[in-house]
Design a protein around this ligand. Structure first.
Ligand SMILES: Cc1ncc(COP(=O)(O)O)c(C=O)c1O
Length: 370
């Protein structure tokens, strides 16, 4: 008699990407470009690192549940404290949303091959998980709206989306929102917000303070704090009040909270990171396209490439690895013929393009399918 419910038995444990060190050792390489996890190639915000150092004096004390960071975020975004939550990464908050709002008969609705973290969290709750296909690698919002039924409780939208890097526009979101009943909760996952915010078509969800929309953001990406686990969310105070009931009382940790507060004021690091990223997106997109690789236009800090089939994706992944370039295969997301490549330093990006040039030669010209 299994001790776990069937929906837990059916889950596959998260497979973390290879570390640069293990790849370096396996292939005896002097240099490895880790472009697999959408991390910041510049490292962490220096202000955040300094704040973590200062916070160490208080490690023996329990944290205050993120209150200081919530206050800082409320000031920064002109919101009330009651509209803000902080947690152990945006995934930490996502897990609280799943716990607080989903009941057994509820259904979750999202796109095919959605961010793997959300897929796992929703499936671990044992509720029905329904998806609609992408339309040209974008969320098909009209199709999603058409799939809402009386059991639909939660709709998950990542904008920009991981793994495709695409966005939906203000107009598209407005049209979609008109079809969503008030009893349905929408998660707007804006983990890559900073990379897209200057696009005039991008719907910054702070301008959509609807009662059934929860915005999630993170310090993991542009602020380089993925290892610290610090993220935040905005929502109607009723939603936040209920999320605070299920949140672990002492998350986020003291250093994580200090890092988040300091990162918020690190405009110089933000600007530098965005500048490097936009150069990287240009470099990777044009460099790979020149070789004949199909690249999906991206608004985030990574690009997705589409290969003819899983066989080619596996072969290229392995060949890149042997040349010291670690990218992300997307089979676990549900896209076995695709790979995702995060932007790195200028040198990392060049290394990646050169490695591709050597590996891709055999399949150039065959890449005409979706
Ligand atoms: C769309 C999306 N949401 C959330 C996350 C997780 O962010 P965090 O590190 O804040 O948990 C990621 C990380 O890859 C992501 O791509």
């Amino acid at each position: 008699m299994p001790l776990v419910p069937p929906y837990i038995e059916a889950l596959r444990p998260y497979e973390a990407g290879r570390t640069a060190e293990s790849v370096r050792r396996q292939y005896g390489l002097s240099r490895v470009a880790k472009l697999a996890s959408n991390e910041n190639p510049l490292g962490a915000s220096p202000r955040a690192v300094e704040a973590i150092r200062r916070s160490l004096a208080g490690l023996h004390l329990y944290p205050n549940g993120g209150l200081d960071l919530r206050e800082a975020l409320a000031r920064r975004f002109s919101l009330k404290l009651e509209n803000v939550i902080a947690g152990s990464g945006s995934e930490g908050i996502m897990s609280n949303i799943v716990r607080a709002f989903l009941c057994d008969d509820d259904e979750v609705l999202t796109t095919e091959a959605a961010f793997i973290g959300f897929q796992v969290l929703a499936r671990s709750r044992g509720v029905k998980y329904r998806t609609v296909p992408y339309r040209d690698w974008h969320y098909d919002l009209p199709a999603l709206a058409g799939q809402i039924n009386s059991h639909t409780k939660l709709i998950y939208l990542a904008n920009p989306n991981n793994p495709t890097g695409t966005i939906f526009t203000r107009q598209q979101f407005d049209d979609f929102y008109r079809h969503v009943p008030e009893r349905v909760l929408i998660i707007l996952d804006e983990a890559y917000f900073e990379y897209a915010k200057d696009n005039p078509q991008y719907p910054d969800s702070l301008h959509y303070r609807y009662d059934n929309v929860i915005t999630l953001r993170t310090f993991s990406k542009v602020y380089g704090l993925a290892g610290v686990r610090i993220g935040y969310g905005f929502a109607h105070e009723e939603l936040i009040r209920n999320l605070l009931k299920v949140k672990l009382p002492f998350e986020p940790s003291t250093p994580a909270q200090a890092a988040g507060i300091a990162a918020l004021s690190d405009d110089e690091f933000l600007a530098h990171s965005l500048e490097l990223n936009s150069r990287g997106i240009g470099q990777l997109s044009s460099g790979l396209q020149e070789i004949g690789v199909r690249v999906v236009p991206s608004q985030a800090n990574f690009v997705m490439i589409v290969l003819p089939a899983e066989r080619e994706a596996c072969r290229i992944f392995e060949e890149l690895l042997a040349q010291g370039v670690v990218v992300r295969p997307l089979k676990a997301f549900g896209l076995p013929n695709c790979l995702r490549i995060s932007t790195g330093t200028d040198e990392d990006n060049s290394l990646c393009i050169e490695a591709f040039r050597r590996s891709y030669a055999g399949i150039a010209g065959t890449n005409s399918i979706r």
